[in-house]
Ligand binder design. Structure first.
Ligand code: IMO
Ligand code: MG
Length: 428
């Protein structure tokens, strides 16, 4: 049995797409277990950047199976577009891409409601892809799963109920009867598109495990965006943490072998919410430009800051991380000095553990340690010993601060631009 979870340690955009692309060569199955097309996983394919939002990054290898498990919410319009883009690149998904019967469908009204909610009350800065409203329906027990969508009668009854239930929020914003008409008109196109993909993915995973296949679980978002352990309410509506695999893919906890955390050498966040290490100066601008820190899903400029070891240590703990891959180290190579946040300070009290209080999260000041800049090239280096000595020290210090081993370092966008510090690890 060989299963590996690859997940984000910060607020998303840690470079999970590239890491999954790197490791999926060794895997047989790649499984998404939460989130939806709010994710934007950038890979380099035939020398060009290529973004996947929903389909697991392993799809670029023709012999791999890619699954969307029950914990994911699926936008059929966006999925269809993604399948078409792949087809243009001669990547065939038929017979190797499957969607759980129990995955909930994101419907047009979820996207409309996401937009309406963003215009009032607490603005989260969501991707407006309908993620939160679709998960809300799941929890409310009024959601439409892929299996429900395939049975026209069931779908029509549920649609009717949902539109009545949602009338209060939709009225005055859109023409509800028009929306219903359009959804029924589109039904045949989308249900026929969906039908061949729908399967019992939890069972497929069990059979794969029993057959000694290698399975990689790919998270979207990151631990600090986790619904329970992130900066609530400025989070996504699912559980990217390792525990999310059990409920999100229908796999028992004793079947999970290892967890690899993906952590960026500095920090970014997109959307609203507390961000103690945020930089508003030229260093922040430098990281944004050098790191190409613009949202792969929404194009929004990402907020940039120094490495936050308080947040990452918290993520190491809730996911029981032993192994990390540090990404985008090359994007820091021109800095004269580097800061690392080692604690938060609020009202003269020092916090070493990530605080749950919204007030402390919002108003805490970062306590920094300073290190000299790398003073040398990081890119094109192929082993740890050839990195500038200050870069080596930075890596070692981050390990001490967060309490996990950095076994891989990514130094560029291309799949092969990865330094294996610990060559003895077999990921599967
Ligand atoms: P990947 O997989 C970065 C953020 C949004 C917003 C919050 C809630 O590329 O790392 P949602 O639309 O999920 O309800 O928005 O979560 N967010 C992400 N930020 N990377 C992502 O995914 C994100 N997915 C959601 O910006 O702050
Ligand atoms: Mg993203």
């Amino acid at each position: 049995m060989s299963t590996l979870i690859v997940l984000g340690m910060q607020w998303g955009d840690e470079g999970k797409g590239k890491v999954v692309h790197y490791l999926s060569k060794q895997a047989d199955y790649i499984v998404r277990y939460q989130g939806g097309n709010n994710a934007g996983h950038t890979l380099i394919f035939e020398d060009k950047p290529f973004v996947l939002h929903l389909i697991p990054s392993g799809i670029l290898f023709p012999e791999k199976y890619c699954l969307i498990a029950n914990g994911v919410v699926v936008d059929l319009e966006s999925l269809k577009e993604e399948v078409n883009v792949l087809a243009k690149k001669k990547i065939v998904v038929k017979d190797r891409f499957f969607i759980s019967e129990q995955a909930h469908i994101i419907l047009p009204y979820h996207k409309i409601i996401d937009g309406i909610l963003e215009d009032r009350s607490v603005k989260i800065g969501t991707t407006k892809k309908g993620i939160g409203p679709a998960y809300t329906d799941k929890v409310k027990r009024v959601g439409i799963r892929s299996i429900d969508y395939l049975e026209r009668d069931v779908f029509e009854d549920l649609l009717e109920e949902n539109l009545i239930e949602k009338a209060a929020i939709l009225e005055g914003k859109i023409d509800i009867s028009n929306l219903k008409k359009k959804m029924l008109e589109d039904y045949n196109e989308f249900s026929e598109f969906l039908r061949p993909f729908v399967a019992n993915t939890s069972l497929m995973i069990e059979e794969a495990i029993n057959g000694n296949k290698k399975i990689l679980f790919e998270s979207a978002q990151g631990t600090l965006l986790d619904l329970d352990f992130g900066t609530y309410p400025f989070v996504t509506s699912s559980n990217p943490i390792a525990g999310g695999v059990c409920s999100g893919a229908g796999v028992g906890p004793t079947k999970i072998n290892s967890v690899l955390g993906v952590v960026k050498a500095y920090t970014t966040r997109v959307g609203e919410g507390p961000f103690a290490v945020e930089l508003f100066d030229e260093v922040g601008d430098y990281l944004r430009e050098k790191g190409g820190e613009y949202g792969a899903t929404t194009g929004r400029p990402r907020r940039c800051g120094w490495f936050d070891s308080v947040g990452v240590r918290h993520s190491v703990r809730v996911n029981d991380i032993k192994h990390l891959i540090l990404t985008k180290l090359d994007c820091m190579e021109d800095l004269d000095k580097i800061k690392i946040c080692v604690a938060y300070k609020y009202k003269n009290k020092i916090y070493k553990e990530f605080p749950a209080s919204r007030t402390i999260q919002k108003y805490a000041e970062p306590v920094y340690e300073e290190m000299p800049g790398f003073n040398g090239r990081v890119k094109d280096v192929m082993n740890f010993e050839s990195l500038p000595i200050n870069a080596q020290k930075y890596i070692k210090h981050l390990e001490e601060l967060v309490g996990a081993s950095i076994d891989l370092v990514s130094i560029g966008r291309k799949r092969e631009e990865i330094i294996e510090i610990n060559k003895d690890i077999s990921w599967f």
